[in-house]
Design a binder for this molecule. Structure first.
Ligand code: PEP
Ligand code: MN
Length: 337
């Protein structure tokens, strides 16, 4: 649409597209301009008719296989505001907290500490996708409630993983941002289900997914009408065994070029080693990441999950402090609460 096209013009175009049962209009609202993406067989679209409607700037094909996620469809970056935090704007955000929710006390301390140390969003897993079935699987719905209580007390925005379509509604009721883990990046039914919610979704890169597959997975969520997708690079599997995964920092500028969606980096799962987390967090911010997700525990050795990669709260402070000047050096700032 033309910039600042009036609402009735936008609605008219949507209605005209809807007349054709084979086509699905998906409006992408921007501050300047609205783009109406049309999904379906392009032969079914009467391009000249649509182009002649009032308010239409131009009709153009999107060549990338991920249509809604692509920069072609939307030039301006997607920004997602949750409470006092905006993701994808000028400011860099920090998500931190334990790998797993363990108890009221642990999450209570985690919420307080993460906030005090300069973190913006509290993380914690209640549904844990563990490699082995005998490992701690998380507290499930009870864990979600624990997390929500702790976050509420300290006014923190929350993010937590959902693994099963049957839990999506419950998690969406209690948690601010739904996380899709690496192992579920191509669980298409789950992607569609979180796409039907009104909650932002952070999609982690599958451990053997290409960037194209990553963006196509995001497309499944966007297609359902949920525009608030955040991407997260968390490392991929390679032959290298010095690190848990091989953290691909190049993903950040690649995604920035291909897509308008925000991209975060998780150096915790990306490296699996505490002494590598800070340098890789610095690299990620320098490369233009919109935020960092890290695992930090009030008492790392007691952590029931991923204890060997958990930062202490002191480490978290030091990491956050050194990210400020790096963000500034590339014309950004760390977010403040
Ligand atoms: C997590 O962030 O809790 C997690 C399990 O990470 P990933 O899905 O990237 O392995
Ligand atoms: Mn973990």
């Amino acid at each position: 649409m033309k910039s600042h096209a009036p609402k009735p013009d936008i609605e008219r175009v949507i209605a005209e597209i809807e007349k054709n049962k084979g086509l699905q209009p998906v409006p992408l609202f921007g501050t300047e301009r609205t783009v109406i993406a049309v999904i379906g067989d392009e032969r079914a679209l009467d391009e000249h008719h649509i182009a002649s409607l009032p308010g239409v700037s131009k009709v153009m094909p999107v060549l990338q296989p991920y249509k809604l996620a692509s920069r072609e469809a939307r030039k301006e970056p997607t920004t997602i505001t949750v409470g006092p935090v905006t993701i994808g704007g000028d400011e860099v955000v920090i998500m931190a907290g334990p790998c797993a929710v363990e108890s009221d006390k642990q999450m209570e301390v985690a919420a307080q500490e993460v906030k005090k140390r300069g973190g913006h969003i509290l993380r914690g897993g209640a549904f844990k996708p563990r490699t082995g079935p005998y490992s701690f699987q998380g507290l499930g719905r009870e864990g979600i409630e624990i997390m929500a209580r702790a976050a509420k007390k300290h006014s923190m925005v929350t993010i937590s993983e959902v693994m099963d379509v049957r839990d999506v509604e419950f998690v969406a009721q209690h948690i601010d941002i739904l996380q899709i883990g690496a192992r579920n990046m191509q669980n298409f039914d789950l992607l569609k289900e979180v796409g039907k919610t009104k909650k932002p979704v952070m999609l982690k890169r599958g451990m053997s997914a290409t960037i194209k597959e990553f963006l196509l997975a995001a497309e499944y969520i966007l297609m359902q009408g949920n525009p608030d997708v955040i991407l997260c690079e968390r490392g991929i599997r390679t032959f290298e065994d010095e690190t848990r995964n091989t953290l691909c920092i190049a993903t950040v500028p690649i995604i920035k070029n291909l897509s308008h969606l925000p991209i975060l980096v998780d150096p915790s799962h990306g490296t699996g080693k505490p002494h590598l987390i800070r340098p890789m967090a610095r690299a990620a911010v320098a490369a233009g990441a919109d935020g960092i997700m890290v695992e930090a525990h009030p008492n790392p050795i007691e952590s029931q999950c991923d204890s060997d990669q958990a930062l202490s709260m002191e480490d978290l402070s030091e990491m956050i402090e050194e990210l400020g000047p790096i963000a500034k050096a590339i014309g950004r700032n760390l977010a403040t609460l």
